[in-house]
Design a protein around this ligand. Sequence first.
Ligand code: SAH
Length: 244
Amino acid sequence: MKNVYLTGAGPGDVELLTLKAHRVICEADVIIYDRLANPEILEMSKDGCEFIYVGKEDGRHSVPQDEINNIIYQNSLKHNIVVRLKGGDPFVFGRGGEEALYLYSKGVEFEVIPGITSAISAPAYAGIPVTHRGIAVSFRVVTGHESPNKKESQISWDNFKTDDTIVFLMGLHNLSKISSKLIEIGKSKDYPVAVISRGTTKKQQVVVGTLENIVDKSKGIPTPALIVVGQVVSLREQLEWFRG
Ligand code: SAH
């Protein structure tokens, strides 16, 4: 059997790995991985498994996507079982789709193994349900990487006027712009926000605040971190359960 597996590593807690991801990690000839919330996962591999790191080192640029695509492709020619391991879910802001398209263009067989995304699991470990009857009937997962000041934003900020939950990934450095933008579209200054850092791991930190004070309150919090905006954040007072 020869295959490339675009595999979700889950958000950090190693027990949130799926059984299927666990199986292919144990069988892999090579694992091509990014900075993972939990590097313990790599220890599950068999003797002789090769590891190729393609993530971002602090202060350095990440490997360009074209190069990553090529690394996956070249390894698919050399090995039977290639695992491309990504934090959370490979198709939630993971560029897994781009890698799959590249493999398709080269005629390489691949499978996608979904993972538990940080977008729902970090809030869950913080005691914040992303939907809740009577409070939020939907949730959106939005890139926080795009600055709200950008002239041609692809984000429809006007959609955020409701009380539905918004989870921003990759948004910590834009938190101040995101908060101001949400106030600008009409949310109150005391609207609930949480920042969750290193969610589901022993190092999880949660800061709860409002659109007005969250920037100050979360200063210096380490990445990876995500932002949850919504009335559901208030449920944490009663639902906080994770002790790390
Ligand atoms: N595919 C991933 C997301 C990749 S984008 C997934 O499904 O989870 C990377 C962003 O995910 C980070 O900037 C951060 O916002 C978020 N993230 C990933 N792991 C996280 C964690 N353990 N705790 C909090 N946020 C996390």
